[in-house]
Design a protein around this ligand. Structure first.
Ligand SMILES: [Zn+2]
Length: 465
């Protein structure tokens, strides 16, 4: 028997951390940062529930910060084990963890300047040096490789789409002729993603840990690629510039891929496409290095000699001067810049420049959390506060929902369909409470499975021979 303790993402969508204790081995599956509301973020500062130095392995499903971003903190508190993740996840963590550390350090600096911290001086949750120490512990693996984490217990990573390198984790124990399987679903992607592989299919699962982000929602029926073509053409007709706030990693690269496809098939004219985000440019290199992790279509085009992330007039802005020079262009161009919710980053400069002019268009292509500038603009705010000024919103505002990286509830049910037999137990995590309960009910009704929504800190027994 093994035990599984849910240390985060139980009733929320962030802070994924699940502790698996096998005989003599402690394994932490995902090591995510709590994000969003203050009471959630506060949890990042609490002592880790068990001694970090007693953990032997961390297994990461993917690079998103709510799954990987606590790792430098765990290291700061004494973790010295190994971190296992796919090669692409390790590559992306090399960009994301130092960036997250930088944000933590900036926040501490800001708190000291404004004097709002309880601690004096305020200290960062972790530093760039902690992130470097964490990265040194990584042991990248390929999809399908086997790793023995305890006697008779092996681990495999299998693709889930969602983001480059994202995996579900398949843990199997074997004693003689019998075996037991535990699967951590990670974040489940979608069928027919533009560039990522379809999620792989597990079978004969005894215990399943499954996300429920979209447990009560369906994605729109419309094709996001067609929607994008329409917005691009209309923005050019308006005679201005199209600004697309985008997450730097994942979404920005998908966007470049789609823009190139639209251009090549003649659905949009070729126009200069500026990528103004150092992280997006760095991540682009990872996508190039890991083309083998993409879907067959992307690989096929690459083998055929195509640079699949390069619209004909792609311009990468690295320096501040290159970034500022974009302001001098007043029509017939697309600007892709982070952050995706306009909470910070270089996109703010572009929004300040373009929002006041009705000839320009601003297109949101990702989820906009409550309270962010992105959400306020989408909800029709007449002015937006940035750089201490109220910037009037006169540009055309558009939104495309369909590029989501999370399976909706029908897509989740479709993934569960070929499991061959019901898992003895399915645990739902990583979803707001309403979404989680809705998905639990759907799985029970459709397949008659035993489904449980664990609370944070709950410990359960897992049958792993
Ligand atoms: Zn994710």
């Amino acid at each position: 028997m093994a035990t599984l303790t849910f240390l985060g993402a139980a009733g929320t969508v962030t802070g994924s951390r699940h502790l698996l204790e096998l005989e003599g081995t402690r394994v932490l599956v995902d090591c995510g940062l709590f994000q969003g509301r203050k009471e959630n973020r506060q949890k990042n500062w609490e002592d880790f529930p068990i001694a970090p130095e007693s953990i032997d392995h961390v297994l990461l499903t993917h690079a998103h910060i709510d799954h990987s971003g606590y790792l430098p903190r765990l290291v700061r508190q004494g973790f010295r084990g190994r971190v296992h993740a796919t090669t692409a996840t390790a590559d992306l963590c090399r960009i994301m963890l130092p960036d997250s550390a930088h944000l933590q350090e900036e926040e501490a600096k800001w708190a000291n300047k404004k004097g709002y911290s309880k601690h004096s001086p305020a200290r960062p949750l972790y530093t760039a040096a902690d992130a470097e120490k964490a990265l040194a512990l990584f042991r990248p693996m390929h999809f399908g490789d086997e790793l023995e984490i305890a006697a008779g217990v092996r681990v495999k990573f299998r693709a889930t789409g969602h983001i480059l390198g994202a995996a579900y984790i398949d843990i199997k124990s074997r004693r003689g002729d019998s075996s037991r399987k535990l699967v951590f679903g990670g974040d489940l992607g979608r069928a027919r993603d533009e560039i990522l592989q379809d999620p792989a299919q597990p079978h004969h699962v005894d215990t399943l840990v499954l996300e429920s982000t979209y447990g009560d929602r369906l994605h729109p029926d419309s094709d996001p690629v067609e929607d994008l073509a329409k917005v691009v053409v209309e923005s050019l007709e308006r005679g201005g510039v199209l600004v697309i706030p985008s997450f730097a990693i994942g979404r920005a690269q998908t966007l470049l891929y789609v823009l190139r496809e639209l251009e090549e098939t003649g659905r949009i004219p070729s126009v200069p496409v500026y990528v103004d985000s150092p992280m997006a440019v760095q991540a682009l290199q990872v996508f190039h290095d890991r083309v083998s992790d993409l879907n067959l279509h992307g690989r096929l085009l690459t083998v055929g000699g195509r640079d699949i992330f390069r619209p004909r007039q792609l311009r990468l802005a690295s320096t501040r001067e290159q970034s500022q020079a974009i302001n001098g262009i007043d029509k017939g161009a697309i600007v892709v810049s982070a952050s995706g919710m306009a909470t910070g980053g270089r996109v703010l400069h572009h929004l300040r420049e373009r929002l006041p002019d009705s000839r320009h268009t601003v297109l949101f292509i990702g989820y906009q959390a409550a309270g962010t500038r992105g959400r306020k603009i989408l909800e029709g705010a007449e002015a937006i506060r940035m750089f201490g000024e109220d910037i009037p919103v006169r540009a055309r505002i558009c939104n495309i929902d369909g590029f989501s990286g999370h399976a909706d509830y029908l897509e989740i049910l479709a993934w569960l369909m070929p499991f061959n037999r019901p898992p003895a137990q399915t645990y739902l995590v990583h979803g707001e409470e309403e979404a989680r309960m809705a998905l639990a009910e759907r799985i029970r009704k459709r397949y008659g499975w035993s489904v449980h929504a664990p609370s944070e800190g709950e410990e359960v027994a897992v049958d792993l021979e």
